[in-house]
Design a protein around this ligand. Structure first.
Ligand code: GLU
Length: 311
């Protein structure tokens, strides 16, 4: 299929986000039945020197104990969260109402509800992929919810919650492209963001694609639309959102990595990691996780990733 001439221009809605923009709390609803696009063969587990899917055990129900980091957040009056504002259905600034929304954002609403009794008490700091770890380490944000894969290298630098979403890396191409998987992209330009696991996975692909690094996923979409890259390769969760924004694209090939998402928190605050894990345990069991999945990803809804604990 050939893209109409007007669609070969970068769409206005895909303008890259301003750095570190602050946004008002809140969320809005957009229906998004995309689960069928996400279906793909299960990925082989990554070889690791640690267990990235195990996190700190919660101490019962989420409780704001005196002297805890949660008590400090409560005294401040709002949670500060590092998020994406360019990833449709996960962390996305909805231009219709100016609110940031998505599956990642729902996780933050639940954390805020557990601290304040009010899910809207969140101040969002929009950050790029490369800013996620520095934002946590500097204390600029309390928590990062940003389609962030838990892995051993990152666990040296920050702590993570239990897994709240299981993604896997795939490939997005223009409709009509002969490319069927990452194996067809040898010597071809493939786009991903700086600081993502995706760009490292492209570099490591046996077919030897040429990695092209940009700041935001929507920047990759513009390059694909302009024919400057042959493909985008990242998590299927993110690619499904790009495909929904541009119907002249197709997700192809199987998952070739495993990308378990966690909420990132400073190593200074293990009490907050345990608290957030208590919140996630509640979301898994009371149906909220399933409701968020159905709303942002679609149906059928799988079982939530099980909580695994160490220590
Ligand atoms: N999940 C991958 C990562 O954490 C890719 C998605 C992203 O960078 O936002 O690096």
């Amino acid at each position: 299929m050939r893209r109409p001439a007007w669609l070969r221009l970068p769409p206005l809605l895909l303008v890259a986000a301003a750095l570190a923009a602050w946004s008002a709390p809140g969320s809005a609803a957009v229906t998004a039945p995309l689960a069928q696009r996400l279906a793909g063969p299960a990925a082989a587990p990554a070889t690791t020197s640690c267990d990235p899917t195990a996190s700190l055990r919660p101490a019962g129900r989420p409780q704001v104990t005196p002297g805890s980091f949660m008590a400090k957040i409560r005294a401040r009056g709002y949670l500060i969260a590092g998020v994406d504002q360019n990833t449709y259905h996960f962390g996305y600034l909805n231009p219709l109402d100016g609110k940031i929304e998505g599956f990642d954002i729902d996780m933050l609403h639940a954390v805020a509800a557990a601290i304040f009794g009010d899910p809207s008490k969140v101040v969002y700091k929009a950050i790029s992929d490369a800013q996620r770890i520095p934002a946590i380490q500097s204390g600029a944000v309390d928590i990062v919810a940003h389609t962030m894969t838990i892995n051993c290298a990152r666990m040296q630098q920050v702590d993570f919650s239990t897994v709240y979403y299981d993604a896997g890396q795939r490939v997005l191409v223009q409709a009509g492209s002969p490319v069927r998987s990452i194996n067809d992209l040898g010597g071809k330009k493939v786009c991903a963001t700086t600081g993502s696991t995706s760009i490292a996975n492209i570099k490591a692909a046996p077919a030897h694609p040429i990695p092209v690094a940009v700041r935001y996923w929507t920047d990759c979409l513009v390059l694909l639309q302009q024919g400057q890259v042959a493909a985008i390769s990242t998590d299927d969760s993110i690619l499904a959102g790009l495909a929904a924004q541009d119907p002249w694209t197709r997700m192809v090939g199987p998952r070739f990595t495993s990308e378990p998402y966690g909420l990132a928190i400073s190593k200074q605050h293990p009490d907050f990691v345990r608290f957030v894990n208590a919140v996630l345990a509640r979301l898994r069991s009371d149906g909220q996780w399933a409701a968020s999945y159905a709303h942002w990803v679609g149906t059928p809804v799988p079982a939530p990733p099980p909580a695994r604990y160490r220590g």
